[in-house]
Design a protein around this ligand. Structure first.
Ligand SMILES: C[S@@+](CC[C@H](N)C(=O)[O-])C[C@H]1O[C@@H](n2cnc3c(N)ncnc32)[C@H](O)[C@@H]1O
Length: 441
């Protein structure tokens, strides 16, 4: 790439950052703001739009590493962000043009921190628990000498800063590799097959020369290359496949859900889990889906139609009794911070306490609708024990007729006596928590 093109792109990217910066810690809907900002740029093509999007998300992921640089040396900040950006078609030429004199970024956060510290802060990182292994300084000395022209005073590059410090009490494991690395990397593209003949989907993916990985314990899940535009496939348009992270797919796989029965999806949203639940229940079962946001249920209606599911009904008046109720509760979303990195800086301990109250209130409101012997499945995409174990414990204390049931299969997660947590680094997925609570017969 012509270096002047990359320099122009960097200037435009830094202008976007300047526009977004005042909103980072204040706007929970920052992704919408980013989308609108990029949509307003009529002069840029779709490839460049992807580049800017990746750069903006990389900046948000690594905010504490790049914020001081943005104030002191914006061009160096731009270079660091290019260096840290995920390896994609859209980013690779730009990075090559801007970072030609830097070695390729290593995979681990600890090594990234060590290299950047040597390059721009002139010292080894202070993070003792994440210090690079002894062999690393040799490589640093050989390939990544400090550059006195790009030394920034007072810059601190610590891997633990990539999560808010207060979060350590909520989920200490999130601060350790491999989870911290997974939380601070780009999420994979996972799809869930929802057709009986998987070859319909696989033939189209093969024709596009996409390769995929499968999850051995979950054959309907496929991990596609990061540039796979699933929403533009025939298989997607015809409802044979849905985009859904493996973590989200595994939530229902932890619980005993035999075909048949009448279920309520109490926080259905756009219906990622409603569709999966409807397939598990098969034609002999039925799901009622509800949510406090009527507009999101319209999206669910379209998806259910596309998937030819006739056993899903959208309602705002749930029935009095169900065999099972899924409460996929609103939460801080800390398990999805790699997709929504702005939330790391927006969410506060008070946000978590407020979600915990709402979560308990939703469980309490739906408990009377569970038939004797039926199940209440509580799930979040949070990693905070205040939204997970503590909510379930408070619910069980007030509802002794319910008992926590151990997961049929934790799929790599950890059962804490009440529910199962899957941390992001375990299987490189979004993090989730799920508890199955059975009402006495
Ligand atoms: C984690 S999202 C659900 C995601 C969805 N189940 C899926 O798999 O795609 C939580 C949902 O709860 C909804 N919600 C928030 N408060 C609620 C309440 N009091 N009752 C029902 N739904 C609520 C939100 O509108 C949001 O759609």
């Amino acid at each position: 790439m012509n270096p002047s093109i990359a320099a122009n792109q960097q200037r435009l990217f830094l202008a976007f950052v300047a526009e977004l910066r005042p909103h980072v810690r204040r706007d929970s809907a920052l992704p919408r703001r980013i989308k609108e900002l990029l949509a307003r740029q009529r002069a840029i093509g779709s490839r460049d739009r992807k580049l800017y999007r990746e750069l903006i998300y990389t900046w948000l992921r690594f905010l504490p590493w790049t914020d001081p640089l943005l104030d002191q040396d914006p061009a160096l900040a731009g270079k660091v962000i290019a260096w840290l950006a995920p390896e994609l078609k859209a980013t690779s030429h730009y990075r090559a043009a801007l970072c030609a004199d830097w070695p390729v970024a290593p995979a681990s956060l600890a090594e990234k921190a060590a290299m950047l510290t040597a390059r721009v802060a002139g010292a080894q990182p202070a993070d003792a628990p994440f210090a690079v292994p002894r062999a690393e300084p040799t490589r640093l000395e050989a390939g990544f000498q400090p550059d006195p022209s790009s030394q920034v005073s007072g810059l601190r590059i610590q891997v633990s800063d990539l999560l808010p410090a207060w979060f350590a009490e909520h989920c200490p494991a999130a601060f350790q590799p491999p989870h911290l690395d997974a939380i601070n990397s780009r999420a994979n593209v996972w799809v869930r097959l929802q057709c009986n003949d998987r070859n319909i989907v696989l033939d189209e993916f093969r024709a596009k020369q996409w390769t995929w990985e499968t999850a051995a314990d979950f054959p309907d899940a496929l991990c596609l290359p990061p540039n796979a535009e699933v929403a533009n496939t025939d298989a997607y348009r015809r409802g044979f496949v849905e985009i859904q992270d493996l973590g989200s797919q595994l939530v229902l796989a932890t619980a005993p859900i035999p075909p048949g029965g009448r279920w309520l999806d109490a926080c259905a949203g756009a219906g990622g889990k409603t569709l999966q639940l409807a397939r598990l229940l098969s034609d002999v079962g039925h799901v009622d889906a509800t949510d406090i946001r009527p507009e999101i249920l319209e999206e669910l209606r379209d998806r259910a139609q596309r998937a030819r599911l006739t056993n899903v009904r959208i309602t705002n008046i749930p029935e009095a009794a169900y065999d099972g109720i899924l409460v996929d509760a609103p939460c801080s979303g800390s398990g999805t911070w790699r997709r929504q990195p702005h939330l790391k800086w927006y969410v506060k301990p008070e946000t978590i306490s407020s979600f915990a109250k709402t979560q308990l209130a939703i469980l309490t409101a739906h408990a009377p609708r569970v038939k004797p012997g039926g199940v209440l499945i509580y799930a979040t995409c949070s990693l905070s024990h205040h939204e997970n174990h503590d909510v379930v414990a408070a619910f069980l204390q007030a509802h002794p007729q319910f008992k926590a049931v151990p997961a049929a299969d934790t799929h790599g997660g950890t059962f804490d006596g009440l529910g199962t947590t899957l941390l992001p680094g375990t299987r490189n997925t979004d993090g989730f928590y799920v508890a199955t609570l059975r009402a006495s017969a």
